[in-house]
Design a protein around this ligand. Structure first.
Ligand code: PLP
Length: 363
């Protein structure tokens, strides 16, 4: 490989690693997208060529997750953060919702929603710095709750809901930003799924929302901003205004990459294999240890510590020099965090564990 295309192993939690094949296709199509004589960046979102790009992206996504016909797929902007507002603005009818707070992102969503209604915290794992997923089999669900909210994979803390909460018949809303497309999903269990794509799917700037049609409302409160109205975006097939056009194109390439790989079942097997390599090492290591309760462990984000801030710092310095980058943990957990998203090759995980073994023997 030419030096100018040399790559590191990038363990960033987001924006994060993308498949090399996707980046190569984007490079090849950069100046002239399929005979159009222009880049996708330069193209009208109302053109026939772009219409094909966004339609095909939606079609491939529907195929990948097996999205039923009565769910709409929206490509939006504003980060996952804007969904913290959009969800209550669109879904509150009785003005009540129940939130399960398993980390900073869920907490932010919970706080934001309070602007719009009576928002209950029905479970939390804050007592142990969000290092586990609480038992959600018999929660005190409000009988008037319009929905129950979870953050399914907690990017910062490295926990994941392996069992969905018992919502007692209420609509389930999930922030899937950091586990979206990492494994198959039964969409019918949810009323609404949203994901910021910069974790596992594409470049920052695109939000994907999958929402059951009957939850879309024509009659939002008068004050509700037009841009937050799901129904408007759904009726216009995500082309109400200029969408994040280039980002959607890259997401479309990633969907094709996933299909070629064999789909989400195959992707999950690969992700399990990658995560197992690191977890097995952590479980046997005398120097490094994982920070999450075993049955709550994420396949995507794996925090670990040595127990000494000085040693953590030394490790990060040395591992970075070896071309394994972005391993510094989030400040609220400390230590290290390895994000093993779809596009992280297994060779990257093996290289990390080999480095950790060597570091352990020397320190
Ligand atoms: C990163 C992240 C967010 C915040 O995303 P922004 O696009 O920065 O708003 C929210 N939820 C989860 C689960 C995340 O991983």
């Amino acid at each position: 490989m030419q030096d100018k295309y040399k790559r590191v192993y990038n363990f960033s939690a987001g924006p994060a690693v993308l498949p090399v094949e996707v980046l190569e296709t984007a490079r090849d199509e950069m100046l002239n997208y399929q005979g159009s004589g222009m880049s996708v960046m330069e193209m009208s979102h109302r053109s026939k060529t772009y219409d094909n790009i966004i339609k095909e992206a939606e079609k491939d996504l529907r195929e990948l997750i097996d999205i039923p016909q009565n769910y709409k797929v929206l490509f939006l902007q504003g980060g996952a953060h804007l969904q913290f507002s959009a969800v209550p603005v669109n879904l509150l009818k009785n003005g009540v919702a129940d939130y399960i707070v398993t980390g900073q992102w869920a907490k932010k969503a919970y706080v934001e929603a309070q602007k719009y209604g009576k928002i209950n915290k029905v479970a939390t794992s804050e007592d142990k710095n969000f290092s586990y997923i609480p038992d959600c089999s018999d929660l005190d669900i409000d009988e008037n709750a319009d929905y129950v909210y979870i953050c399914e994979n907690n990017t910062i803390y490295g926990t994941k809901f392996w069992t969905l909460p018992n919502t007692k018949g209420k609509v389930l809303v999930s922030d899937m930003s950091s586990c979206f497309l990492s494994e198959p999903v039964d969409v019918t269990k949810y009323g609404l799924i949203f994901a910021g794509v910069q974790k596992n799917v594409g470049p920052a700037g695109v939000q994907i929302v999958i929402v059951r049609e009957d939850l879309l409302s024509d009659e939002l409160p008068k004050w509700a901003p037009t841009m937050l109205n799901y129904k408007i975006h759904a009726d216009k097939d995500s082309l109400y205004n200029t969408p994040p056009a280039y980002g959607i194109y890259i997401c479309g390439l990633v969907f094709k990459w996933l299909k070629k790989l064999g789909g989400l079942k195959v992707m999950k097997e690969i992700n399990e294999k990658k995560a197992k390599i690191l977890y097995d090492f952590l479980d046997g290591s005398k120097l490094f240890k994982g920070t999450v309760e075993k049955n709550s462990r994420s396949l995507m984000n794996i925090p670990f510590v040595t127990g000494s801030d000085e040693m953590d710092k030394k490790f990060i310095e040395e591992v970075t020099k070896a071309g394994l980058v972005q391993l510094k943990g989030h400040r609220s957990v400390g230590g290290m965090r390895a994000s093993l998203y779809n596009a992280m090759p297994i060779e990257g995980v093996i290289a990390l564990v080999e480095f950790m073994k060597k570091f352990e023997s020397e320190n």
